[in-house]
Ligand binder design. Structure first.
Ligand SMILES: *Cc1c(COP(=O)(O)O)cnc(C)c1O
Length: 421
């Protein structure tokens, strides 16, 4: 079948060799997935989820048993007091905006303990001026950068947290930066330190891409809130839109009043037929995430063998599903993305081209052919056309599909004469 997909014997041999060397890594990923699967199952049993919960409401959405049941299930999986899980949350950025803006009032300060936040949060906060930003509401911002070795700058964090600091934010995933992702163990240290500096501060973790990569999640190690997107890990590839906020009762309540309206909160918000895909998506999410993580580890090992620098390395700890490969030339970046695109179940026949994407200072190339538009738990790759020509690879609804994508990227490089095997 690989031959039928145009992958030649040299690439296949390399794949077999690579896979054989990853048995320990894959066994570790499977063990985490197994634990997470049991967490999801236990939460569904505890909350007595039944067929009734798969039905939903329209209009105001009063008494939507499915939606409310789903939120109890999320709260239990993430070991939180409460949860807000809604299709009305349009994406990860929206979830983060609701989570952050709902807790802050004019005169408050927000502090990032893990350096610059994800790109889109710059406009939410007002680091880049934007209508409706926190800055416009009189909320100020400060940050402590990570140390050059990726460590926490504890002195800068202690000095940066002041009387006005209402919320401290931390990002679990590397996003599209070159810093390492933060394991739960490291986040736990950071949260404990921040608590020692200011016990009452609200700690929020941007949990995008991190769900089910480890056995524990941010709220159970002391965060007040964790936030993410349903078209990443926890939607399991089935949720067609949405976001979640889990955390303390007080934090989630404020977020709900912000998302709908003061006075309404969690009581409104029709599920509009989304309950089955949200339930089934979270049920499948541990294995789907494991497949994507295996794909990332496989890509790291294989491209390292081919002489490329990869971040993280195949044996390094991981806290998200993103794999960065330093391709080094624009031709290789374009060729890599064409290979990923050719492996897509949707739009496999199109050729991605670099383009001037709004908000970026260089051209960007993106490869994706997803069932859900923009879903990055599905296999996708992208990178800016500037040195060092890094590509960011993530997703794969099954390990086999992620593997096929990686092999087709190698095949594309080979066919374009950019690689020797
Ligand atoms: C994806 C992501 C976001 C934003 O999510 P969108 O759904 O693209 O708005 C925020 N933070 C991190 C770390 C992410 O990976």
């Amino acid at each position: 079948m690989y031959e039928e997909l145009g992958i030649d014997a040299r690439v296949l041999r390399l794949a077999e060799e690579t896979e054989a060397e990853l048995s320990e890594q894959f066994a570790r990923i499977d063990r985490v997935a197994e634990t997470c699967q049991m967490k999801v199952l236990a939460a569904m049993r505890k909350n007595r989820i039944s067929e009734m919960h798969l039905h939903g409401t329209t209009g105001y959405g009063y008494n939507d048993a499915g939606r409310d049941g789903l939120e109890r299930v999320y709260a239990d999986i993430f070991r939180a007091e409460d949860a807000l899980v809604r299709s009305q949350i349009t994406c990860g950025t929206h979830a983060l905006n609701v989570a952050i803006a709902s807790q802050l009032r004019p005169g408050d300060e927000i502090f990032s303990a893990t350096g610059a936040p994800y790109d889109t949060l710059e406009e939410v906060i007002g680091i880049r001026p934007s209508p409706g930003s926190l800055a416009e509401m009189g909320i100020t911002y400060a940050q402590a950068d990570l140390l050059p070795d990726g460590g926490f700058d504890l002195d800068a964090i202690r000095a940066g947290i002041n009387d006005r600091t209402k919320m401290v934010i931390m990002q679990r995933s590397r996003g599209y930066s070159s810093r390492p992702s933060l394991t739960i163990g490291r986040l736990e240290e950071l949260i404990a330190f921040v608590r020692s500096v200011k016990p009452e501060v609200i700690i929020m973790v941007d949990n995008c891409y991190g769900e089910f990569i480890e056995e524990r999640e941010p709220v159970e190690i002391g965060a007040d809130m964790a936030v993410g997107s349903l078209i990443k890990n926890p939607g399991g590839g089935l949720a067609s839109s949405g976001g979640y906020i889990v955390g303390t009762k007080a934090c989630v309540e404020r977020a709900a009043y912000r998302l709908s309206s003061p006075g309404l909160g969690k009581e409104v918000g029709a599920s509009l037929g989304q309950n089955p895909s949200f339930f089934q998506g979270i049920f499948l999410a541990p294995t789907v995430t494991a497949g994507a993580e295996k794909g990332a580890v496989f890509a790291a090992k294989l491209y390292q063998k081919l002489g490329f620098e990869v971040f993280p390395g195949p044996d390094e700890p991981r806290a998200d599903i993103i794999q960065n490969i330093r391709l080094g030339t624009p031709e290789k970046l374009v060729s890599f993305c064409r290979g990923i695109q050719a492996a897509a179940p949707i739009d496999s026949y199109v050729t991605p081209e670099p383009w001037d994407m709004p908000g970026y200072d260089s051209q960007v190339i993106m490869a994706a052919g997803a069932f859900v538009q923009g879903s990055s738990i599905e296999l996708s790759a992208d990178g800016p056309l500037r040195p060092p020509y890094d590509v960011f690879l993530q997703g794969g609804l099954t390990w086999y599909h992620a593997k096929a994508g990686v092999l087709m990227s190698v095949q594309a490089l080979l066919e374009d004469g950019l690689l020797d095997l």
